[in-house]
Design a protein. Structure first.
Length: 117
């Protein structure tokens, strides 16, 4: 006999006060492979139920990666730029232009991502 523990939200091998056995209709699907496009959620009582899986498109993932890369460049160069400004030295044109490109890219991609959703 297989048991589902509503407190642990997983299969256990011995019955206790929190378990339901595999014949309980509310959890019978739990012991099978999830249907494609579905994922598990749980009620407050720990009973599992199926919902449609949230699918993120490859394009959205790629856009987010570009945004993260541009943001990382800005964070990485913030300390550099602030040290140059504090010391009175000029910031190299390459850094200035790349930072401007990164900010522009972030704005364009975030607007594009917002419009798609």
């Amino acid at each position: 006999m297989r048991y589902y523990d509503t407190k642990l939200r997983c299969e256990v091998f011995e019955a206790n006060d929190n378990t339901l056995d595999e014949t309980d209709e509310r959890i019978s699907f739990f012991f099978n492979e999830l249907p494609e496009g579905k994922q598990l959620e749980f009620t407050e009582d720990g009973i599992p139920f199926l919902i449609d899986a949230i699918v993120i498109s490859k394009e959205t993932i790629e856009l987010q990666a570009k945004i993260n890369e541009a943001k990382a460049y800005l964070v990485f160069t913030d300390w550099y730029c602030s040290r140059k400004v504090d010391s009175g030295k000029e910031i190299p044109e390459e850094v200035v232009s790349k930072r401007a490109e990164a900010r522009e890219l972030i704005n364009q991609l975030e607007v594009n991502q917002w419009v798609q959703t």
